[in-house]
Write a protein that binds this ligand. Structure first.
Ligand SMILES: [Cu+2]
Length: 108
């Protein structure tokens, strides 16, 4: 019984360490003409949710410069754009409504 218990603990330890193999969810907020965080690094398969949480009620969008991902042209406060990453790379993106509102998504 003692052996069984320690084996079970060992299995549980492996499962929790192996958690990095599972996809994670990240959030990028859009507020006051900024993406927060402006640079985000994730692993391929992870999901990034862009949330318009702008306290000044500005509309925004998310457009990757190489078209790898893009939201609808305008989304309002409280709306989200969810992108499940499918390829590795460094993706610069912008909100085309607001010049200078840029972000970078790094997928490893
Ligand atoms: Cu914007």
């Amino acid at each position: 019984m003692k052996f069984l218990t320690s084996s079970l603990l060992a299995v549980m330890a492996v499962v929790s360490v192996g958690g990095t193999a599972f996809a994670k969810d990240y959030t990028v907020k859009m507020d006051k003409m900024k993406f927060i965080p402006a640079t985000l690094t994730v692993s391929k398969g992870d999901t990034v949710t862009f949330v318009n949480s702008d306290t000044t009620k500005q509309p925004h969008n998310v457009m990757a410069k190489d078209n790898s991902f893009k939201s609808k042209p305008v989304f309002m406060t409280g709306e989200k754009f969810v992108y499940k990453t499918t390829k590795a790379g460094k993706f610069d993106y912008a909100c085309t409504i607001h010049p200078g509102m840029n972000g970078t998504l790094i997928v490893k």
